[in-house]
Design a protein around this ligand. Structure first.
Ligand code: SAM
Length: 233
């Protein structure tokens, strides 16, 4: 698994152009993935929500829109330049979205035990230095009956695999290199996606970490998935 400091440095290098590259390289699919994610979170009627690895804040903004103004919302990331983007975007939004953006490492979250009803993390878990430690931290911070929603790349349906990996390995780094000037970051992306566990394995890892129930939902031919993992009451 990647080293946290190297990941932090890599995101610092692309922070200013992250959003643009994200929408471009996912062909705008990221908007739809966030819509599904926020709908699932709303079903839990949470009062305190944390978006981990919030980056430039798009999931946090989508949560605010879906959940309304009365929900307490925190966006947390260990990379200050990515958080600066989120803070800059929040300042431009009207009406102001009232999200608390704060620095924090998912390996040791600066959050109280049992202080959140729902945690979201989108395209962050794949970069964890120690996945089990990250899951334990989420479990600690959740209230009993609360849930974590992990939106992450997954393994696509088998018929789609050849096209997808051709795109990821040959085409995406080229386009991303032009859009961000950092081709290496996107070569890392392809490798990290290929070695990331498929839905049954990730579900098993979440159970191993202590979550009581886990449900995986595949989206866009399985290239991404949302794992909903519930802490026992
Ligand atoms: C691919 S971006 C995703 C940003 C946002 N969630 C989204 O969906 O657009 C990954 C983010 O995870 C953050 N990250 C990775 N490992 C982290 C950790 N251990 N603690 C906190 N943030 C982390 C990075 O700094 C980066 O901002």
């Amino acid at each position: 698994m990647p080293e946290g400091a190297a990941i932090n440095e890599m995101f610092s290098g692309i922070a200013g152009r992250y959003d643009c590259a994200n929408h471009l390289l996912s062909f705008g699919q990221d908007y739809g993935w966030r819509r599904v994610l926020t709908k699932m979170v709303k079903q839990r009627a949470p009062q305190d929500v944390v978006d981990l690895a919030t980056g430039s804040g798009d999931v946090a903004f989508a949560l605010r829109q879906r959940l309304g103004p009365s929900v307490n919302l925190t966006g947390m990331d260990f990379c200050q330049p990515m958080l600066d983007e989120a803070i800059r975007k929040q300042a431009q939004r009207q009406p102001v979205t009232n999200i608390r953006f704060a620095q924090g490492d998912c390996m040791a979250l600066p959050l109280e035990d049992a202080s959140a009803d729902a945690i979201t993390i989108s395209f962050g878990v794949r970069n964890f230095e120690d996945r089990q430690r990250g899951f334990s931290e989420m479990l600690r911070v959740l209230r009993p009956g609360g849930a974590v929603y992990i939106l992450e790349f997954s393994q696509p349906y088998s018929w789609f695999r050849p096209f997808y990996y051709l795109y990821l390995k040959a085409i995406l780094p080229l386009i991303a290199g032009i859009a961000t000037g950092k081709k290496d970051a996107y070569q890392y992306l392809a490798g990290s996606i290929e070695s990331f566990p498929a839905r049954p394995e990730l579900s098993a890892q979440l159970k191993e970490a202590g979550f009581a129930e886990v449900k995986a939902t595949a989206l866009t031919f399985g290239i991404v998935a949302i794992h909903e993992a519930v802490k026992a009451r």
